[in-house]
Design a protein around this ligand. Sequence first.
Ligand code: URA
Length: 245
Amino acid sequence: MTGSAEDEVRLQKVLARVGLGSRRACEELIADGRVTVDGHEATLGDRVDPAVARVEVDGVPIGIRPDLVHYLLNKPAGVVTTADDPQGRPVVVDLVPAEPRVFPVGRLDMDTEGLLLLTNDGDLAHRITHPSYGIEKEYLAEVEGEPARGALRRLREGVELDDGPTAPATVGRVGPSLLRIVVHEGRNRQVRRMCEAVGHPVRRLVRTRLAELSDPGLPPGGWRALTTDEVRALERSVADADDRR
Ligand code: URA
């Protein structure tokens, strides 16, 4: 699928636009046979409609169409992860540009802080949130009390919750009451329920990483657009998960 003639752009221009190098460097990628369009090896002179063509370099989708935006937000506590709250509470979409309309990928509780992805890229969003892709999410959890080794072991091996046992997680101690917890699932209030189940309710929860995305310098309430490399890395994470499925 290459779209209508007036929407078509030279392939090297599309590649250059998403940060793959100068037009000349992108022509070389094409000449070296590293670029495919809708599954077919591209040739110099090809024109594509970037809004519909699936362009891959070395088998990795270029990930950015001009109509797609991807924002990384450092969600503050007290903001609801939704596009519209009937109760009129502050919502995450009010913290990023209004146009084009984006929606949050996955969910952080109202009291949870930290990294949240917002996008209008429905396909990527679906694959990041779908449990079968097992995308990693890392949290810092400040808990009540000082969890002993047994509690950490239980968190790692899986704890019984009312919707079933949790999958193995990576859990490390950062301070006496501060845990770093990496989960692959995304169940409702999962980290809070896990910590509660081992007798150490969460006092403060911050998501510090989503797949490879992290940004310790992003202030609470701040957002930035993902870089091309970050979008490509996310595409690669879900593509790798596709291979494992
Ligand atoms: N786990 C939780 O308990 N809350 C979140 O917001 C995210 C993960």
